[in-house]
Design a protein around this ligand. Sequence first.
Ligand SMILES: Cc1cc2nc3c(=O)[nH]c(=O)nc-3n(C[C@H](O)[C@H](O)[C@H](O)COP(=O)(O)OP(=O)(O)OC[C@H]3O[C@@H](n4cnc5c(N)ncnc54)[C@H](O)[C@@H]3O)c2cc1C
Length: 543
Amino acid sequence: MHEDVKDCDVVIVGSGASGALAAMVLAQGGLNVLCLEQGDWIDRNDRAHYRPDWAWQRQATWNPDVNSRENSDDYPVDSDSSQVLMWNSVGGSTNVYAAIWPRYRPSDFRKGDEHGLQPNWPICYEDIAPFYERVDRILGVSGLAGDAAMPTRDQFPTRPLPFSSTARTLSRAFDRLGWHWWPAEAGVISEDYDGRPGCNSCGLCWGCSRASMSLYTYSVWPKALEAGARLQTNARVLRIEKGKDGRATGVVWKDRISGQTHRTTANVVVVGANGVGTPRLLLASDNLANSSDMVGRNLMHHTLVSAQIRVDEAVNGHMGHIVSLISREFAETDISRGFVNGFNFNCLTSTPSAAELSNGWLGSKPGPWGEHHHSWFKQNFGHVITLLGIGDDLPNPDNRIWLDPTVTDSDGLPAVRMHYAPGENDKRMMNFMLDRLQDLGEAAEANDIQLNDYRDAQGIYRTPAWHLLGTCRMGEDPETSVVNRWHQTWDVPNLFILDGSVFATGGVVNPTPTVSALALRAAEYIRDNYRELSRSTKVSVEA
Ligand SMILES: Cc1cc2nc3c(=O)[nH]c(=O)nc-3n(C[C@H](O)[C@H](O)[C@H](O)COP(=O)(O)OP(=O)(O)OC[C@H]3O[C@@H](n4cnc5c(N)ncnc54)[C@H](O)[C@@H]3O)c2cc1C
């Protein structure tokens, strides 16, 4: 093994949303930062957008399901979920995300007080509100302030994306029902911003090649590198090491190009490897930071159901940003519905034609090949709207990830096994969501409504593992949580977890604005307390 020189103040594992922001803040703060990323940079010319078969590529090489593509940067995940969605290269899963950009609501942090089936977070909405604002400004998030369903906020850095035909059709349907709707916030710049070109409404959003969508390779990494952060690609971290004093001493990683193994020492270790990669690494590091036995447990994906509705008018949803409206009508608990917690609707545009034809979309039926192919295509293309219901699933310690006892990745690190099954409350919510999607389709005067509830032929819910949350939860109590309010692990004072693993509850919306705001806040804490953290053998008492 080659021992690297100790020249690193902070080593960061993972270069996705959380790792990128941490690298930026810490390097801008004058610290010597090394980020280790198991994947490589993606050349924007290699993206599927530039290929005539791009929609097919979305099903193959660029499939966000880790088990449906063959990419050497990945690691095996054996799961009973229908799909495991993530991306492993510089920028992490933002390489394939849709940049729908909603915030949590204050009640998301207080579910313990509300009904006790979920814990309270040790922080509240007001603690992270300023960081939401700052992340929005870093990325140039677009949207319209004034949504009465949300706390007041600053004006968005870029104006809302164009109000699409899909949005017009659906807003009429929501109005008929008297339900809340608002133009969706997006991590997409609607006008030129910070050296990046504004969105040209070309569609094909997932994995934008123009840099209009805020893939973190475009929006955050340039700032981190400019500030002096070092990013080592093709560097798979095999374990985090701990000294006799209980402090993390650094990491051992493999250079996947040369095959050499390195040890890098650091005063502070930060992990941002996502809700699967982070618990995997801790478990593979001799069960590190796991005195609570909560590492890998309480996996949350969100309850998820969807519908595709077909309308008479051409909404041309293959153009413009993928999301049009968001509805928070059902975001809060109303116990008369028969379950606790709530959900939101993400109203999406249409889907790429080849994807619809080959595979269906989010559980929908694929279109026919052969005799009826052309008439089906004519009837559907440009007329279909996809609606998602995304809800707050209850954490369950049995929903978890653990190390595969036999299978490893190409570098010898144990592969992952994952189990997730929605509970009774989650199922009741999903059934209610399906009924409301039916209402919405009817209010939109759809000529066809297809509901997809993710039950397989045996009636078992097999939801996709798409938001990876909760597996190293944050809390007040070291016995039931892995990190404190500053993302510092209770067991190892100089080890911090910055990704979605720390979520105590999943909320009713897509998580990356919250992942990012939390990562920014935690990184600033590390920056401001670096001296003490470099020496301390105790976890911060202020927690
Ligand atoms: C298809 C899809 C659509 C999505 N759409 C949205 C959306 O519209 N809105 C939204 O809010 N969120 C969305 N998300 C979720 C969003 O992508 C994640 O919330 C976000 O990327 C999480 O950031 P992260 O830093 O926690 O992890 P990631 O971005 O996943 O980054 C983790 C990084 O760690 C690296 N890593 C892991 N283990 C190791 C190791 N041992 N050594 C070295 N490196 C390692 C990985 O290679 C990866 O690059 C979507 C996700 C997917 C997959």
